[in-house]
Design a protein around this ligand. Structure first.
Ligand SMILES: [Zn+2]
Length: 119
């Protein structure tokens, strides 16, 4: 027999004393409260995660905001068709990985993190 689990909160019948097996309205009701708590916690943590991911992936306007010197970031200027990777080597001088100078950079954003082991 396959295990019955709540599709919302993942609770098994043992964990919630009800779910699908019981027809008793009272225990179904208690289970729904458990699901609502789970959904509220999920929404709160997902919103926080979304804000964090959005902040990490935002483009920063250059020169209003500057990255750390000598730290490679993704850079952009409107005449390009795709972004490049470069570092701010001086307060106004962008250098690509192979040492090419980039002028007129308008935006930058941090490089994504490397994948974790096993990802
Ligand atoms: Zn549930």
């Amino acid at each position: 027999m396959s295990e019955i689990k709540c599709r919302v909160c993942g609770a098994t019948p043992e964990q919630s004393e009800s779910i699908y097996s019981e027809q008793d309205g009272g225990s179904q009701h208690r289970h729904l409260y458990q699901c609502v708590d789970f959904l509220q916690d999920s929404v709160i943590s997902l919103r926080a995660e979304l804000e964090r991911v959005k902040a990490e992936n935002e483009w920063h306007k250059y020169p209003d905001e500057k990255p750390e010197l000598y730290e490679y970031v993704i850079v952009w200027k409107p005449i390009w068709t795709r972004p490049h990777v470069a570092k701010l080597a001086d307060y106004s001088e962008w250098k690509s990985i192979i040492g090419v100078d980039f002028d007129d950079i308008t935006h930058w954003k941090p490089l994504p993190a490397a994948p974790e082991e096993g990802e």
